[in-house]
Design a protein around this ligand. Structure first.
Ligand SMILES: [Zn+2]
Ligand SMILES: [Zn+2]
Length: 244
């Protein structure tokens, strides 16, 4: 099992990340990746860039050093009802790929029913492609209730390699979530959540866990160019024309 794109990374416009856009793309190239999504935090996250970062994303070349650059964001799920960072339409229009994640700074951990309700509202949010790092044990939720509905709402689930390292207790949650995705045939992405170039494409722990539970490669969107291209084409975006 392998990934050919890393769909969750931060550049140094996120204050607690350390590498530039060019360094991150170079790292993706060096890791043999075909694509990288730059997914900085939303502008209302205390660590996020100004909103103009997102309204200017069209300046970023579609391809750098042979690597397709996917223009992304990691929205914060906002308490208590499960909104996302408020942004003007012009800031949203260049975004190809959006994760939505719980972060303690904008969603103080509450209880299972509140977390589940917030995720349910994200199911209906047209700007969100995927749930980011759902395995955080601070945000317990009803796995089956949310994941069983992802396909009808066109949502993807992320298995986040950084969670396995930095969020204690994530591994069991991530495995449970992945098993639920298997049961309901929900597509996933496997990402590094890199905050520095040296981590780009490193998802070894997540892939190992997925192999342990027998997760089918066909459900991992970023495991092949054909699958990644089909996902974006299914959403009306031709990001990789001419590539295998
Ligand atoms: Zn996050
Ligand atoms: Zn992140």
């Amino acid at each position: 099992m392998q990934i050919i794109a890393d769909l969750h990374t931060h550049t140094n416009v996120t204050d607690h990340a350390f590498s530039t856009l060019t360094e991150m793309v170079q790292a993706a190239h060096d890791m043999g990746l075909k694509a990288i999504a730059i997914t900085n935090h939303g502008p209302t996250n205390p660590d996020g860039p100004h909103e103009w970062h997102f309204s200017n994303l069209n300046l970023v070349p579609r391809k750098m050093n042979g690597v397709t650059v996917i223009r992304g964001i990691e929205f914060d799920i906002t308490a208590p009802s499960g909104g996302i960072n408020v942004m003007a339409n012009k800031s949203l229009k260049h975004i190809d790929w959006a994760l939505a994640s719980f972060h303690e700074c904008l969603f103080p951990p509450a209880d299972r029913s509140i977390h589940t309700a917030a995720l349910e509202s994200i199911l209906y949010n047209p700007y969100v492609n995927a749930f980011g790092h759902l395995g955080n044990p601070n945000f317990d939720f009803d796995h089956e209730y949310i994941i069983s509905r992802c396909n009808e709402r066109g949502k993807v689930v992320e298995i986040n390699n950084a969670s396995l390292n930095v969020r204690a207790g994530s591994k069991k949650n991530c495995a449970d979530i992945a098993r639920m995705c298997m049961k309901y045939e929900v597509p996933i992405v496997v990402d590094s959540d890199s905050h520095i170039c040296f981590r780009v494409g490193h998802v070894e722990g997540a892939l190992e866990m997925l192999e342990e539970i027998g997760f089918p490669e066909e459900l991992i969107i970023n495991s092949s160019m054909a699958r990644l291209d089909a996902y974006f084409k299914g959403r009306g975006m031709d990001l990789f024309s001419g590539e295998e």
